[in-house]
Design a protein around this ligand. Structure first.
Ligand code: ZN
Length: 248
């Protein structure tokens, strides 16, 4: 179990966007490994897979149980109601429709503006809580083409938040340039088999919110795009094929 001995200080606080999925749980472990004070935030926007929100408390408790240093750094959890975001988006993540590609070539799981809304609220919360770093699981390597997961979008949001709030926030995206196999490898590196087991059994990524069965790669239907990505990434990691994306 790694422990970087994070400094205590105002500069070293972080707010992690924790959805209850594999990526955000890995980001939480990454932040607990580095920063002196780590708080978490979740968003309820009426998502179809909102059962994943139930996993958030379990993830927090299990990660704290893995390492006393992590337990001492883990601070408050915040839940923000964004029902209005769900009301204005008609997507497969918020409506009971089949998952498919839309006319723009984007999956209809895309909730327009979701990440910029999340980051705006996270910024306002981080401002109030005195946390400098905002950590999210956005990824450009294995993404589904969501434009708000792109590195340029996140960098632009960092500039916008800092200008708008007169702060020096740092938006941290530790998964940006790794693929799903790399996300499994990162968990292994941060917390070994015990962390990998927490990620496998206590996170939910499935778009359909299917909690059972628990496969060797985790929970889910096994068929939706999110499950496929997770399953294939797990298999690639087990084979030792960890991909690192090209940073432009
Ligand atoms: Zn699924």
């Amino acid at each position: 179990m790694s422990d970087r001995g994070a400094d205590v200080g105002g500069d070293n606080g972080a707010l992690v966007l924790l959805s209850g999925g594999q990526d955000s749980a890995t980001c939480l472990a990454w932040a607990l490994d580095r920063f002196a004070r780590v708080e978490t935030v979740g968003f309820d926007y009426g998502q179809r897979h909102r059962v994943e929100l139930d996993f958030r408390a379990r993830i927090r408790a299990r990660l704290a149980g893995l390492n006393p240093a992590w337990a001492s750094r883990l601070g408050d959890d915040h839940m923000i109601n964004l029902a209005s975001l769900g009301e204005i988006s008609a997507t497969a993540l918020t409506r009971d429709v089949a998952l498919e590609m839309d006319a723009n070539g984007l999956p209809n799981t895309f909730v327009p503006g979701r990440n910029i809304v999340f980051l705006s609220f996270a910024g306002a919360l981080a401002y109030r809580r005195g946390l400098r770093r905002i950590v999210g699981g956005m990824c450009e390597t294995d993404f589904s083409g969501y434009p708000d997961c792109r590195d340029d979008t996140i960098k632009a949001m960092q500039v916008t938040l800092n200008l708008a709030m007169d702060k020096r926030f740092v938006l941290e995206t530790p998964l940006m340039w790794i693929d799903k196999a790399g996300v499994w490898a990162l968990a292994d590196q941060l917390g070994g088999e015990r962390l990998v087991e927490v990620i496998r059994s206590q996170t939910l990524t499935c778009y359909l919110g299917q909690v059972e069965p628990v496969h060797e790669w985790g929970r889910g239907c096994g068929e939706c795009p999110a499950c496929q990505l997770r399953k294939n990434g797990h298999a690639a990691w087990r084979r030792g094929h960890v991909g690192i994306g090209e940073e432009p």
